[in-house]
Design a protein around this ligand. Sequence first.
Ligand SMILES: C[S@@+](CC[C@H](N)C(=O)[O-])C[C@H]1O[C@@H](n2cnc3c(N)ncnc32)[C@H](O)[C@@H]1O
Length: 264
Amino acid sequence: MPPGNNDARLSPQSRMETWVPPGSPDARPSQRSRAETWMLPLDTLVSWYRTYADDLRAARDAQRELLAQRPMRPRLDDLEAEISYLTIRALRPRAVLEIGSARGWSTTWLLRALGDNGVGELHTFDLTADAAAAVPRELAADRWRFTRGDVRDGPLPDDPGFVLVDAAHTARFARWYTTTLFERLRPGAAVAVHDVFHGRRPWPVSEGAVVLGWLRRHGIGHLTASPAADPDTHDRLVGLKHKLRLAAPVHAAASANPMLFAYL
Ligand SMILES: C[S@@+](CC[C@H](N)C(=O)[O-])C[C@H]1O[C@@H](n2cnc3c(N)ncnc32)[C@H](O)[C@@H]1O
């Protein structure tokens, strides 16, 4: 994706007209008014939990086991990790981009989803090489490309179908990735940005505020399981996890879930 190539830019209207949300035919963008903001219906996420419940249970057990063996200092909470896993399972992207891996907790979740799909590569960027030392070889297999360095120096993968951002939590960095990266994603791609909703809304000058502004300008809504920002969604997913026997915490600090998800 060379810098300066704007060919893949799409107006909000064309995004909304061409995007068909997986598993949710009656929510087709073409059936909604142009002025309406597009959001993934929570019911679609609930259906993904049901469809992939057995695989997710196995993934959670494997992640719990991994954490017992390695000091990975998880940043992603359980709901965030699970929504990322389910998004990859449902969208089946050929390329996933991760910005900020630290010791590899999010990395291992993403690799597990790609492994369960049997298709797709993960491209990870981080300033440190800690994840390269922590991610088990069998999980990385031939599906992981790790680059140590500033993601802004690239090279970025072509056409990532899912992008997870958990790196420099500044407005400046968010301006870079929204204009350089998000602008070029195709309709049907998904993005996840960590540390947005520690409260009901992000601070006015912050990474989260820049991301929300970009989404608003493009007519794209967001989904979050943050109990501070959307307690109804949080409570519904927690209740669902109880019913599906997915409730036991994978890591103990699983409570805040500040991540924002958007489906373009
Ligand atoms: C909060 S940690 C990531 C945690 C990880 N996602 C997890 O689930 O445990 C943020 C990471 O982003 C990396 N980072 C910060 N700025 C970056 C940049 N410009 N390019 C690549 N990585 C960056 C840092 O080195 C750090 O390891």
